[in-house]
Design a protein around this ligand. Sequence first.
Ligand SMILES: Cc1cc2nc3c(=O)[nH]c(=O)nc-3n(C[C@H](O)[C@H](O)[C@H](O)COP(=O)(O)OP(=O)(O)OC[C@H]3O[C@@H](n4cnc5c(N)ncnc54)[C@H](O)[C@@H]3O)c2cc1C
Length: 469
Amino acid sequence: MSKYDVAIIGAGMSGLAAGIRLAHYGRRVVILDRHRRIGGMNSWYRRAGREFDTGLHAMTNFSPLGARGAPLGKLLRQLRLRYQELDLVEQNFSVIRFPQAELRFSNHPQELADSIGALFPGQVDGWLELRNRIREFPSLVLDDLPPLSARAVLAEHLSEPLLREMLLCPLMYYGNAREHDMDFAQFCVMFQSVFEQGLCRPRGGIRPLLQRLASRYQEAGGELRLGSGVRALHLHDQEMRGIELDSGESLEAEAVLSSAGYPETMALCQPEQRSGQLEIEAETSPMSFVEAIFVCKKPMPSKIGGDPTIVFHSDTMPFRYHCPQGLVEPSSKVICLPDNFAAPDPDWRERGESRIRLTRIASYQQWAKLDKAEYGQAKKETRDNMLRDLQAWFGGAVEEPVAEDLFTPRTIEKYTGRRRGAVYGSPIKRRQGRTPIDNLFICGTDQGFHGITGAMLSGVSMANHHFLR
Ligand SMILES: Cc1cc2nc3c(=O)[nH]c(=O)nc-3n(C[C@H](O)[C@H](O)[C@H](O)COP(=O)(O)OP(=O)(O)OC[C@H]3O[C@@H](n4cnc5c(N)ncnc54)[C@H](O)[C@@H]3O)c2cc1C
């Protein structure tokens, strides 16, 4: 029977990053993933002769080469990767669009400050106070912080409700597991990642970055076992004693670090030893999404002026961030134009095609109850509505796509194992990465950091905190 110091569940961003740290320091480490491809929620696939990213809109936490004290630079040093290996390209600019107003932001925080100053001149002092409060807030500590409502804190500093909603819209869409409100610590992390540092994209999509992470891990001596799902974790006296794979094979490890999600990980423990089913239910977020990807022959003309990279759009004020009654929440959307970064992906430029990704909030429960025929029909109707919506939005300039795809909360659950397709994991974060089992830890989304960069930071910090001190 194989014996490891640490077995990591999941070859996504957090599992790979944790694995690199542990292998680099000589730990006997294995990464186990049920899938045959690395990447988890942010992977890639081929369809109609083209390579698609499963999730990538943008990476947060951009910093230029050599920026002192920047989280991205610190992360890369921990992973022993050179900045140039990521080949990052920056966003042009992005837009938050409500019926009454439009704000712009880019990787220069002053652009958002100027946009706020122009639209909401009476809010400038409050905006500066809010930024200071966010900078001073200990949002990155590993201690569990008491819950604090982001809406309440925003209202202390900004008297203009429209501005508050406009700031919440992108940060909730890109990193909030809760309905209606957001924990202020999470708000601070997302605010700094998106508005202060900014958005970028690895040129050529997520695959080169993932492959670099996997080869860095293997060069350091780590073992990667794809197609190796963990079926159960065997416990004795609050200790994990054995790992059972889907194949029936057993593995032994001193400890397990799981990136599968907290409720998903606890569900692997034997029923009599794990927390109750009710607790597992309460720990699964109701927030999920549908996304349509359309590939068109011509570059997209913009209705906004310039070539925005991402548009966060709400038809309603206040912005509605909740699990909808129907399949899809119709009042808001995110439009991502992956070809509107500072430099195009070489493959797509050669093809002369451009891509649009349209994301809306969706209800897992509504999608889950459909039978096969109903599900196919609902996907088709959703696709048609989304294309019509884009045509209206771009003033009829979106032609019939030459390739396309649409995923639902069911797709996310199927391919990532995330219960109910909950992209941002449990609404309850465990900053310490601890579970009730002494030698079972979690990293990634449910530890508290979202997104590609956040997941890698989480993997690194959990590996350091629990195994390398
Ligand atoms: C559609 C979509 C779009 C997104 N867009 C962006 C974006 O533009 N920018 C951004 O920064 N972030 C984005 N995200 C979020 C980002 O992808 C995630 O936050 C990040 O990838 C999480 O990484 P992780 O390692 O924590 O978890 P995961 O990626 O979920 O990795 C967990 C891994 O564990 C494996 N696993 C689960 N259970 C088992 C088991 N029992 N046995 C073995 N293996 C198991 C899974 O197969 C998976 O590979 C998006 C996510 C989705 C779904």
